[in-house]
Design a binder for this molecule. Structure first.
Ligand code: AMP
Length: 278
């Protein structure tokens, strides 16, 4: 069955009023791919009703970023949502989400919002957390699914839920990749074929790091990953870091996270992977 498409808060509220039991939400900016579909499947397995939100949030784009050219493929999104068994798609305009203009009050992500993505994209996580909080209120979801692909975002959302006592469960979903390792991203469609080749350096670096972590310590892990990235002329590294699972300094042994961001051609890509340091 095709999902109900709600464009306004009133339409969403009417659809929400019909829902009984567990409501799951998957929040996206549209241009859906198999990574989003994996989140929708996880929601479908658990929840009685699944709400998909499709909203390119102007608040989280910097002035020189790709808000205007961000891919908008609503018809294809509806097809993927239908196949995944979504009940309601909430696809508001910016005016519907921000009827009083840009909000004066925003969620402050704290220090973890200033590092990594936050350092390269000032205000990004204020915009992300503000829209996530609004969408949690509007959908009144019981459980919300986010991809590990955006690991810092997932970490900050979990922290927001804990620190602000939000009554929702957050579920992280592993990154879906192309067979050659490239993490699926709506922005991959910006890549030329040679960019796409260079972009493989990110996942290759993560694999190399994870392989070495099993035998070496943090320094050897980072060195192995960096070597992969240095070999690619088309990739301009932004950061490569090893942290603990909560984005704090890495342990000498035990579970850790390796995160990378690089510009490939004109496209900024991010990726990360769990590593176990021995
Ligand atoms: P986006 O539309 O890119 O903002 O992403 C919406 C949600 O899908 C976020 O929770 C992302 O982390 C998640 N997501 C994006 N790409 C992937 C992927 N390759 N695998 C799993 N989840 C993803």
């Amino acid at each position: 069955m095709s999902p109900v498409v709600a464009r306004s808060r009133a339409e969403l509220a009417a659809a929400r009023a019909e829902m009984k039991g567990v409501v799951g939400v998957v929040m996206t900016m549209g241009a859906l791919h198999s990574g989003h579909a994996s989140l929708l499947r996880a929601a479908r397995e658990r929840a009685d009703h699944v709400v998909l939100t499709v909203f390119v949030n102007p608040l989280q784009f910097g002035p020189n970023e790709d808000f205007d050219r961000y891919p908008r493929t609503f018809e294809g999104d509806v097809e993927i949502a239908t196949a995944a068994g979504v009940d309601v798609i909430f696809a508001p305009t910016p005016e519907e989400m921000y009827p009083s203009g840009e909000p004066a009050v925003r969620v402050d992500p704290g220090p973890v919002g200033e590092i990594l993505e936050g350092a390269s994209r000032p205000g990004f996580f204020h915009g992300v957390l503000t829209v996530v909080l609004k969408l949690l209120h509007l959908t009144r979801a019981d459980v919300a699914y986010f991809g590990e692909k955006d690991y810092q975002q997932l970490t900050l959302i979990r922290t927001m839920v804990r620190d602000l006592d939000l009554d929702v469960e957050i579920c992280g979903v592993p990154t879906v990749r192309e067979p050659d390792g490239l993490a699926l991203s709506s922005r991959n469609r910006y890549l030329s074929s040679s960019d796409r080749e260079s972009a493989l350096a990110l996942s290759r670096a993560l694999r190399a790091g994870a392989g070495v972590a099993a035998a070496g310590g943090p320094d050897a892990t980072l060195a192995a990953a960096r070597t992969e990235l240095e070999q690619i002329p088309g990739a301009e590294l932004d950061y490569l870091v090893l942290t603990d699972p909560d984005l704090r300094p890495p342990p000498e042994r035990g579970p850790a996270r390796l995160l990378v961001a690089a510009k490939v051609g004109t496209t900024r890509l991010i990726d990360n992977a769990p590593v176990e340091i021995h």
